[in-house]
Design a protein around this ligand. Structure first.
Ligand code: HEC
Length: 106
């Protein structure tokens, strides 16, 4: 009995951790979909990746184009975009130590 309940607590904790790490809240998703699919589909958005600054630029650009997004919603939308379409870690590749590059080049 005791080991069963420990396993259940562990499973619940793991699921909760996974859910909070991977999925932004569904409320943010609703705000995003309402605000960002009024003029075009999801395609141009899904084709892009970015960090917080880059997505903030995009959202501000869309506001300049006429998207009706309040400040509170802007933060939610940027958070959703950063979590859903994060920047690829290209810097790690170019930061490879020179010594390793030389060894491989021999
Ligand atoms: C008022 C209409 C409108 C709304 C609302 C809107 N967009 Fe756009 N979006 C545009 C237009 C116009 C373009 C440019 C299309 C083109 O140049 O072919 C565009 C293009 C884009 C692109 C392609 C890259 C670029 O800058 O041209 C991305 C990414 C994008 N939008 C993201 C978003 C996101 C994220 C939202 C929600 C915050 C959003 N859009 C809401 C009008 C809008």
């Amino acid at each position: 009995m005791k080991s069963f309940s420990i396993a259940a607590v562990f499973a619940a904790t793991t699921l909760a951790a996974l859910a909070s790490a991977q999925t932004p809240s569904s409320a943010d998703k609703d705000v995003f979909e309402k605000a960002c699919t009024a003029c075009h589909g999801l395609e141009p958005i899904a084709a892009m990746t970015g960090n917080k600054e880059e997505w903030t630029d995009v959202v501000e650009d869309m506001i300049a184009k006429g998207a009706e997004i309040g400040n509170a919603d802007k933060d939610k939308i940027v958070a959703y975009l950063v979590a859903t379409y994060p920047k690829k870690a290209e810097k790690k590749i170019s930061a490879r130590p020179a010594a390793i590059v030389n060894q491989r080049g021999k």
